[in-house]
Design a protein around this ligand. Structure first.
Ligand SMILES: CC(C)(COP(=O)(O)OP(=O)(O)OC[C@H]1O[C@@H](n2cnc3c(N)ncnc32)[C@H](O)[C@@H]1OP(=O)(O)O)[C@@H](O)C(=O)NCCC(=O)NCCS
Length: 156
């Protein structure tokens, strides 16, 4: 099932909203949260952008990316629990990939936690493949370290 959501870029004026969406999306015990300052820092990086998904008047998801020459990176992605499995993340990623291509990127990378099979399935369904592993990349709030899988997708 795919629900129509509106997807639009947001700027630094939306950092409080983005932080609230991040906290509500990364809701497993131990999940690290991105603060409004973290989103400010990301949006201040050259080549970065953030897309917001809305269902009617309600913000329901976001995707933050960065383009650096021929490479792009998906930095963070979240969809509210009540909106899940409706194709929102897929739409956010496809739109983000389009913007990255427009910005000159030919490939996209991302990091996903080894203990996040849902996100891995999502990325695999969109053509991403694992190309590496970063040991203990994520430090959970309970101090547990979790490996990150590095995934890549060709954008050409
Ligand atoms: C991962 C996340 C972004 C997925 O968002 P979503 O809007 O529910 O995903 P979509 O509906 O676009 O799913 C697209 C595809 O991904 C896969 N997928 C997504 N959720 C899945 C689940 N719970 N179980 C199995 N496959 C799933 C499926 O292939 C799905 O396609 P299908 O529904 O046609 O079978 C969301 O669960 C989330 O915000 N999780 C917490 C934050 C997070 O993990 N972010 C990613 C960090 S790297």
């Amino acid at each position: 099932m795919s629900t129509l959501v509106d997807i639009a870029p947001v700027d630094a004026t939306a950092v409080d909203l983005l932080a609230a969406l991040h906290a509500a999306s990364f809701c497993r015990p131990g999940d690290e949260r991105w603060s409004a300052q973290a989103f400010s820092d990301v949006l201040g990086m050259p080549g970065s952008f953030c897309l917001l998904a809305s269902a009617g008047p309600d913000p329901v998801g976001f995707c933050a990316c960065r383009v650096a020459g021929p490479e792009s990176e998906l930095l963070s992605l979240g969809v509210l629990p009540r909106q899940r499995r409706a194709g929102t993340a897929r739409q956010l990623i496809l739109r983000s990939m389009g913007r990255c291509v427009e910005g000159g990127a030919r490939e996209m990378y991302l990091e996903v936690a080894e203990d996040n099979p849902t996100a891995q399935l999502l990325y695999r369904s969109l053509g991403f493949f694992q190309v590496g592993r970063r040991k203990g990349y994520y430090l959970r709030l309970d101090s547990v370290k979790v490996d990150a899988l590095t995934m890549r997708r060709d954008l050409r």
